[in-house]
Design a protein around this ligand. Sequence first.
Ligand code: 6PG
Length: 246
Amino acid sequence: MGFSIPRGVSVLESSGDLARHGADFFVKTAKNSVQRKGMFFVALSGGSTPRAMHRLLTQEPRRSNIPWDQTHVFWVDERCVPASDPASNFGAATRDFVDQAPIPPNQVHPMPGEMEPEAGALKYQDDLVHSFQLGEGMLPVFDLIFLGIGTDGHTASLFPGHRALKEGKRMVLAVKGGNPDVNRLTLTLPVINNAREIVFLASGKEKAPVVKAVLNETDETLPALRVKPHKGRLSWLMDKDAASEL
Ligand code: 6PG
């Protein structure tokens, strides 16, 4: 595979290696954050790509290396369905690691997918304000945000051409779209771009064209291209299939 790997991009042999690398990044960032400020605030995406990584978090050796008592887990986006619904990102994460993690329950912050969407967006915004002790006009600074990418270049639940891409103030919006095409809650770009570390996870051949388009910045309309951290660091972890068009 004769391609040049742009800075900040790690290409792993397989999806399994991608999951292990992502889980190790979670552990390392958690420990660094707790050493630096005594807490670790992370936001997780849904979809299928991150699930293998999530399952590794409560298996040794990573389980006992994560400072769970100082960790707060949030979500990047959620489908507006009950946690019991197969489409629920929180429901999947609960099965994958939350139920097995020794994390204080009040430090797990699911998006209220069961609420009326706009009310849910406002409620999650209140949760962020309270959890990060934000003053007027302040935005949360997540220590780590994991993002996925759709074949259409969406990330979080920020879909191409959607008004949510222009949001400059709100931290959480209610939107509709994606697959499944349902009501969703999503963090906005101002929050995402305020993070210290942002990591895109991409796996599979079907993501190769969009990964190339985003990394080469060939299509301004791709929401994932709008992820440009103000002060933080952007990294990509992908398997060889997703990197195959670089
Ligand atoms: C969601 C996700 C979404 C996801 C991408 C990639 O709720 O749908 O947060 O943004 O990250 O659609 O999904 P896959 O990992 O399943 O390809």
